[in-house]
Write a protein that binds this ligand. Sequence first.
Ligand code: NAD
Length: 353
Amino acid sequence: MKKLKVAVIGVGNISQFHIEAYMKNPNAELYAFCDINEKTLNAKGAQYGVERLYLDKDKMLSELPEIDLVSVCTWNSAHAECTIAALNAGKNVLCEKPMALNAEEAAAMVEAAQRNNRLLMMGFVRRFGNDATVLKDFIDAGDMGEIYYGKASYLRRAGAPSGWFGDKSRAGGGPLIDIGVHVLDLSRYLAGSPKPVSVYGATFYKLGNRKDIKLRGNYLSAGDESNEVYDVEDLATAMIRFDNGFVLSLEASFSLNIGGDVGEIQLFGTKGGAKIDPQLHLYTEQNGYLTNVEFDAPTALNFNGLFDNEINHFVDCCKDGRECRSPGTDGVEVAKILDAIYRSAKTGHEVAL
Ligand SMILES: NC(=O)c1ccc[n+]([C@@H]2O[C@H](COP(=O)([O-])OP(=O)(O)OC[C@H]3O[C@@H](n4cnc5c(N)ncnc54)[C@H](O)[C@@H]3O)[C@@H](O)[C@H]2O)c1
């Protein structure tokens, strides 16, 4: 069986999870790397024994037509450009979250995938956790009834990453687009992937990147650059209404005077409720009693294996034409919500979609 040849565009921090998952996949062959940073490119090439190294994605795509799959792991402002170039060169693409800087770019990426008849998968990695898989099975079996309300929080006390993450021109925004996107996407996915109809949002620029803090945890480590530009929000909050009646309350921060970091999703349905904190909890009713489901196997969110599951699914989709669990079209819906939150925060009014 022919192995699918893989190129990775953007070989910074997160790329190692893609690379190592492809290395473990028997149907994939790590083939080429591209990064505009020569030092990063050479270091990753040496680390993983990849010799086809390119500073320019267009050169790589034209010189190596045999590439089958591309992972796009650049900073956010290069996602659309790199994804569209790879799709136009006939490759299937897995693009890291967030999909792009805005919904317009995201829609152009989906258009390129459709025009070239190629797969565009979104790297919404939280969809591939044990917690999400188990909860989705319960929801699909009807055990939650109608899910009508959700709360999703991704709050860091002093967790602003360094480098481009604080630069709006390259990141598109702050904690909302960077980490809020994970819990927003997962909540919407579990609630049946409804379309957004209206959004009310607020953003705050009060605390900055907290470089002044003397004692901190292990934050401010992502990227390899200094925080020369820091113009993103510290906190965003929103109420999102969807076309199936589901309403989601969302909050995300890099900096917030809160007792501890929070990463939590709660979903409330007519027959039961669920929480991931990161342990999965299910609250239900049986024979007139309020009961809680206890699992005989691990169901907590566990970052080990998340990326392996995502990459294995991408390879399977490309190899066997399996239906994609995280299609680019979902990335567009999420991008529309993010745009609307930032717009609402600016105007102070609800935004209809
Ligand atoms: N799924 C997750 O949980 C998760 C976690 C962290 C980061 N991410 C996402 O992964 C992406 C990368 O984040 P990171 O932490 O690895 O950042 P990083 O800065 O460590 O790496 C990004 C790399 O992209 C390169 N690059 C930028 N533009 C390029 C271009 N046009 N062509 C080729 N290379 C280019 C940079 O030189 C850099 O080496 C971001 O979109 C981020 O949101 C996802």
